[in-house]
Design a protein around this ligand. Structure first.
Ligand SMILES: Cc1cc2nc3c(=O)[nH]c(=O)nc-3n(C[C@H](O)[C@H](O)[C@H](O)COP(=O)(O)OP(=O)(O)OC[C@H]3O[C@@H](n4cnc5c(N)ncnc54)[C@H](O)[C@@H]3O)c2cc1C
Length: 471
């Protein structure tokens, strides 16, 4: 008998387990795959010596997360590294929107939009103490800083297609658009701008760091710390029903609603099952990893110094691509997220060589191979890219779901962030982590604050258990 069993060793499952262990309670983690990590794993997907992030690559959310701030994982081997520039958004003709960590430097490069960048995005960074708590914290009933939250609401509520008009230059518009497109939503939807502002603000506050050795280093450090506190981890065992779970006072599930319904079945009342059945999943993902013989020959020189690049051109082009995906179609020119982690971390590839991480959004459940469309977008801004490719690996929606059952239909965000699900997930209500069965709780990215490696879903769910069933 342990106090808590955690099902799933993703960043949220491990954050939940660590929170329980640090509270002096016993905890056992069960993970379906042979290694811990969920969406934070690194593997030699192409050639020996090339270490690719299978899923998460950039960790602004970990860098600003209250969970990671107090976790003390550096003592267990975690080191976050910065690239020279967090983000560059190339445009045709060799131009580019360039995001520096420093707000003033970014503004200085944006011409007439400089003062607007200071006022609009710089404002978010300057008030990050309040906004970070609001975006990563539990649902706040009475906001402690209503004016700041109202200011963020005014900036973030309008759809990106409207908010983009704040800027005049294609560069500033593109920077805001690419960050907002992380929402996987049509960019004419309300609140898409909020996602962009939060990601850009976090870049100004903490950069978009990459862990030395790959994103696996984050969860490995968490697992080491957990074991040092007496927690136990069992890998290679998939939980298919509550009967598979050893006796415990509480079970925290790092899974999405569809899996929770399959596993718990009649142990949850019919009304709750119906409400959870209405949970919506978002579009899918087509992922590519490359082993490269040399750095990518980007036309824009700043792009050669960036950790992350957003490819897709102007605001209008990216809005069109994301609308197509959400209509179930495959854009000819997809929005592509690119990562050059080996620029900051030479351990990712043999000396002088590099890794490239890239993915584009595709319709939920799509089986279309997007390799050619993605490579055309890279060649558009880096002619000669294909000449430096040594090897390539691809992962489509079905392969993603087989790799991690939380990626339902290829949705890597634990469910759509559209509508109320941006703030209230897995269902409307102020107690997202608990269920009507006091022993069963959810701690995955399908709960607030949603997708990303920040551990906050796990922290909040563990605290809900400590305040409730474990009290
Ligand atoms: C291509 C891609 C790129 C991404 N890029 C970023 C990024 O740059 N930055 C960022 O912050 N985030 C990124 N993410 C998102 C991030 O990886 C996830 O949001 C995050 O991992 C969610 O953590 P989690 O613990 O909720 O779930 P997961 O990480 O999905 O972990 C769930 C774990 O539970 C296990 N499991 C599921 N069902 C069972 C079962 N029945 N029995 C036992 N074990 C089970 C799974 O095997 C898995 O290990 C990316 C994801 C992908 C796929």
């Amino acid at each position: 008998m342990v106090d808590v069993v955690v099902v799933g060793a993703g960043p949220n499952g491990l954050a939940a387990a660590l929170t329980i262990a640090k509270a002096g309670r016993s905890v056992h983690v069960i993970e379906g795959r042979d290694t811990v990590g969920g969406g934070s794993r690194t593997a030699e997907l192409t050639l020996p010596g090339f270490h690719h992030d299978v899923c998460s690559a950039f960790h602004p959310l970990a860098a600003v997360s209250p969970f990671f701030a107090q976790a003390g994982l550096e003592a267990f081997g975690l080191e976050l590294l910065q690239t020279e520039l967090p983000l560059v958004h190339p445009l045709d003709g060799g131009r580019a929107g360039v995001l520096h960590r420093d707000v003033a430097q970014t503004a200085a490069g944006l011409g007439v939009d400089g003062p607007r960048w200071e006022h609009y995005v710089g404002w978010v960074a300057r008030r990050w103490d309040v906004l970070g708590e609001a975006t990563l914290g539990p649902l706040v009933k009475v906001p402690r800083h209503p004016l700041t939250l109202a200011g963020f609401g005014l900036r973030g509520l309008p759809p990106l297609t409207l908010a983009g008009k704040v800027f005049r230059t294609p560069e500033a518009k593109a920077l805001l658009t690419g960050a907002s497109a992380h929402a996987f939503l049509p960019l004419n939807r309300p609140l898409t701008t909020a996602m962009g502002l939060a990601l850009l603000g976090s870049a100004h506050v903490a950069g978009w760091p990459v862990p030395r050795g790959g994103s696996q280093a984050i969860v490995d450090a968490m697992a080491r710390q957990l074991e040092s506190l007496g927690g136990t981890i069992e890998t290679g065992r998939t939980v298919r029903s509550l009967a598979d779970v050893p006796p415990s006072k509480a079970v925290l599930f790092d899974v999405t609603p569809r899996q929770l319904l399959d596993i718990c079945g009649d142990e949850l009342p019919a009304g709750y099952r119906r409400r959870l059945g209405g949970f919506r999943y978002g579009p899918g993902t087509f992922k590519l990893d490359y082993a490269l013989s040399a750095p990518i020959p980007w036309t824009n020189p700043d792009a050669r110094r960036a950790g992350c690049l957003h490819l897709g051109g102007t605001l209008q082009e990216i809005a069109h691509a994301e609308a197509e995906v959400n209509r179930g179609r495959h854009p000819d020119r997809p929005f592509v997220l690119v990562g050059q982690q080996s620029l900051a971390d030479p351990s990712r590839a043999p000396e002088g060589q590099h890794t490239l991480w890239a993915y584009c959004h595709v319709p939920q459940g799509s089986t279309v191979d997007m390799t050619d469309a993605v490579e055309r977008q890279i060649e558009r801004f880096a002619p000669g890219f294909r000449d430096v490719v040594l090897a390539r690996s691809t992962i489509d929606n079905a392969e993603f779901e087989a790799y991690n059952p939380n990626y339902v239909g290829g949705d890597i965000a634990g469910g759509s962030h559209g509508g109320l699900q941006l703030v209230m997930r897995p269902r409307p209500g102020l107690h997202p982590y608990t269920t009507p069965n006091p022993r069963v709780l959810m701690c995955s990215a399908s709960t607030p604050p949603g997708g990303g490696v920040h551990g906050m879903c796990g922290l909040h769910a563990a605290n809900a258990a400590l305040r409730g069933v474990l009290r």
